[in-house]
Every structure is written in structure tokens, then in C-alpha cells.
Design a protein around this ligand. Structure first.
Ligand code: DHB
Ligand code: MG
Length: 221
């Protein structure tokens, strides 16, 4: 079993169950052309995010880490008319690409794109009284995942979902001695989750076109 096979299966599943329309295809193309890192969620993962939002009946969504807006489009398409998605991107160049992608997908009305590091933007959102959110997708700078999770906890509706991407990181999650700060951050996240009475949570390991990783799903009680 290797990455090539995982990628082949991702392609098979994606083509049948998470096919791209013109807007998603154009979003990926624009991201490649602008030189953005190709680390957006895979099509099956984008579809999973959309399904999570639909299962929850989310009308308010927060995304940390917009990149080129690919996952933003999947999530925004789960919103009912009048729904709201706030997405935060630290890199102004990525945000510019994302803005065009989001507009092209026809979800610009539902999406508010905020540019700046998450740790700077979140206090502003707080001051503005943003939220509470029915779903938060954390996919930004990995060392700050625990801080983003802590903020989400205090800005979520009952029954809300909090999803964190890239928590397994090739298995370093289980390595207490890892000298990778991003891995230590995911371990801290898990310790916080274990000690938090307000949520139930689990982590699922994944393989696919993005290699070996995994995501955490937490649900507010
Ligand atoms: C990286 C970031 C991601 O969000 C991801 O899904 C995969 C990789 C990274 O920074 O390398
Ligand atoms: Mg990610």
C-alpha cells in the first residue's frame, strides 16, 4: 500500500461522489497558477466537510485557513440562503486568489473573507460579536490549532461541530518526543479535548492523495 494507490482511490471516489463543477475546477486551476501550495483538502474531504455542515444544519460557519478558498466553496455550498461563513486567511496573496475563486463559485454573498493571522483576527471577531458558529473548520497554522480550538469552544452553538485538519501528521501525533512544534500542538489539542466536559470528540486517521494524516471531530454538548 502506498501513496499512489491511495491517490488512485481518492480519484475514483472523488470522480463519482465529489465531482468538480466548473467553479471548483477553476478554483484549483487558479490556485496552481498563482503558485499556492497544493495542500487544500481533497475532493472527498471537501465533500465530507459539506456533509458535516448539512448534517448539523449549519447556518453559521467559521473557517480558519482559507488558502485558495477550495474548502470554503464546499462549505459555503452547504449553507441555506441567508447563511454566513467567515473565513480567515493570514496571507494576503492567498486571500486575493480565494476571493476570486469564491466569487466565481457564486457564494460571495454568503462568505466574509478576513485577512490577517488567526490570532489577530479572532479577537476582532470577538469584539464585533461574531458567531456563535454551528461549525468551525480549523485548517490554518498548525502550531496554533489548540488556540483556535479554545476560541471555537467559546463561540459555538450547542451541538456545533469543531473540525481540525492535519492532526495526525504522518503519525507524529503519537510521538511524545517529537521535536516538531506542530506535532506537539496536536498532542496539546488532544489533551485539551480529553479534559473538556463541553465536547465529545474523536480523531480519525486518513490516507489518500494527501498522504497519511487525520482529522479531529469535536461536538459541543
Ligand atoms: C499542510 C497544511 C495543510 O492544511 C494540509 O492539509 C496539509 C499540509 C502543510 O502546511 O504542509
Ligand atoms: Mg489541511
Amino acid at each position: 500500500m502506498d501513496d499512489r494507490l491511495w491517490t488512485e482511490v481518492d480519484r475514483y471516489v472523488g470522480d463519482l461522489l465529489a465531482p468538480h463543477d466548473d467553479a471548483l475546477e477553476a478554483a484549483l486551476r487558479a490556485s496552481v497558477e498563482a503558485g499556492l501550495p497544493q495542500i487544500q483538502v481533497s475532493p472527498p474531504q471537501g465533500k465530507l466537510l459539506q456533509l458535516f455542515a448539512q448534517v448539523r444544519g449549519a447556518t453559521t460557519i467559521l473557517e480558519l485557513g482559507t488558502l485558495g478558498g477550495y474548502s470554503t466553496i464546499w462549505l459555503a455550498r452547504a449553507l441555506p440562503p441567508g447563511g454566513r461563513l467567515i473565513t480567515v486567511e493570514a496571507d494576503p496573496r492567498y486571500a486575493e486568489v480565494a476571493r476570486a475563486n469564491i466569487e466565481r463559485a457564486g457564494v460571495g454573498e454568503l462568505v466574509e473573507l478576513r485577512v490577517g493571522p488567526g490570532l489577530e483576527v479572532l479577537p476582532k471577531l470577538d469584539a464585533e460579536g461574531a458567531g456563535p458558529f454551528d461549525l468551525t473548520f480549523i485548517d490554518a497554522d498548525k502550531v496554533n490549532t489548540p488556540e483556535y480550538y479554545a476560541w471555537a469552544l467559546d463561540h459555538s452553538t450547542p451541538g456545533a461541530l469543531i473540525i481540525a485538519d492535519n492532526v495526525v501528521r504522518g503519525g507524529t501525533l503519537a510521538d511524545a518526543g517529537s521535536d516538531e512544534p506542530a506535532a506537539q500542538a496536536q498532542r496539546r489539542l488532544h489533551e485539551m479535548l480529553a479534559a473538556e466536559p463541553r465536547v465529545g470528540a474523536t480523531t480519525i486517521q486518513t490516507v489518500g492523495s494527501k498522504g497519511y494524516d487525520g482529522f479531529t471531530l469535536a461536538m459541543m454538548r
